[in-house]
Design a protein around this ligand. Structure first.
Ligand code: NAD
Length: 311
């Protein structure tokens, strides 16, 4: 597993992490705060003040608010843009709000990055691919998002590319697969891990939806932090997958949690969820060769840390 010492080093920079009170952003901020001036812009809509790393400055505000942006981006060197409306279901209920936060919000940040000539690292998502024809999915696979959330991420990463092309902005987009790790709130991406771990910790049966044959590429938060630091230091523009390059079925995941937990919970099956993506797995050759990305946490080790922190 990555230790702070193994992470790509960045020092002496003024850094903004939007969404830095949330799951991924706070882990990026934590990795940087010792050697840099770190600001966090977060409206605390899902994030929490209590998890903001010590030493980072929290600017409580919306990424669409000009005054908050003035404070957050003055003299900034690097922007990690992670604030977003991240719920697929909420995006289907409210596409306009999703567009406003995820697309308009990103354009506002890109403008600030352009003013400051800052390096821009954007948190995109495998949701831009929709239901893939083939796996593993490479960056040039068809882009067919199936939700306003996925479409908003696609539009935002296209803006990132356009700013790089038109204005020579040093900007990159990372397409995360299913990120998991300790301290994650239940959400769309890796909720299944939190659910299984909570069930196992309580000694309850592990409930698998359908036959559990659907596959996912679960990437540990430490590896996502690594990808962000590499992307911030690199000069490349473009989009890069961030996954492990390996997938696991939901049934195998349940069995792994079962094996790792002391209580040996039974596995039961419930009705399949409609509209679920069957298979997902990142091809990471481009991230490996261009960024030097090297996922280091196996699903077994990652689950083990979560199980221990749930006990
Ligand atoms: P999270 O909900 O834990 O963090 C998002 C943060 O953004 C929260 O702290 C929230 O309060 C803040 N926020 C939301 N709207 C805001 C606004 N308008 N202004 C300011 N702050 C706002 O989510 P996360 O899992 O840490 O995701 C971070 C980023 O990574 C998101 O852009 C998400 O789309 C992307 N992503 C996550 C995953 C995953 O598996 N978790 C996968 C693909 C992409």
């Amino acid at each position: 597993m990555n230790s702070q010492a193994d992470l790509p080093s960045i020092s002496g920079q003024r850094i903004l992490v939007t969404g830095g009170a949330g799951f991924i952003g706070r882990n990026i901020a934590r990795a940087l705060v010792a050697d840099n001036e770190v600001r966090i812009l977060d409206d605390l809509s899902t994030g929490s003040r209590s998890t903001v790393p010590e030493g980072a400055t929290l600017i409580e505000g919306d990424i669409r608010d000009d005054d908050a942006l003035d404070r957050a981006t003055a003299d900034i060197d690097i922007i990690f843009h992670h604030a977003a409306l991240i719920s697929v279901e909420a995006s289907i209920r409210d596409p306009e709000r999703t567009h406003d936060i995820n697309v308009t919000g990103t354009v506002k940040l890109l403008e600030r990055a352009r003013d400051e000539a800052a390096r821009f690292v954007f948190a995109s998502s495998a949701a831009v691919y929709g239901n893939p024809d083939t796996v593993p999915i490479s960056e040039d696979a068809p882009l067919e998002p199936t939700s306003p959330y996925g479409l908003s991420k696609l539009a935002a990463e296209r803006y990132v590319r356009l700013y790089a092309d038109l204005y020579d902005l040093s900007a990159v987009a990372l397409r995360y697969f299913n990120v998991y790790g300790p301290g994650q709130l239940d959400g769309d991406y890796s909720a299944v891990i939190s659910v299984f771990v909570d069930q196992a910790a309580a000694g309850d049966p592990i409930t698998v939806e359908g036959d559990g044959s659907q596959t996912r590429d679960f990437v540990h938060i430490d590896d996502v932090v690594q990808a962000n630091l590499l992307a911030a230091r690199a000069e490349q523009t473009g989009v890069f997958n961030v996954g492990t390059g390996e997938s696991i079925s939901i049934l195998e995941l349940a069995e792994t949690v079962q094996d790792l937990s002391d209580s040996t919970p039974e596995i039961t099956h419930t009705e399949a969820r409609s509209g679920d993506i069957d298979r997902s797995c990142a091809r990471i050759a481009k991230s490996e060769s261009s960024l030097g990305f090297e996922p280091s946490v196996s699903i077994e080790d990652g689950l083990e840390t979560i199980l221990r922190s749930a006990e």
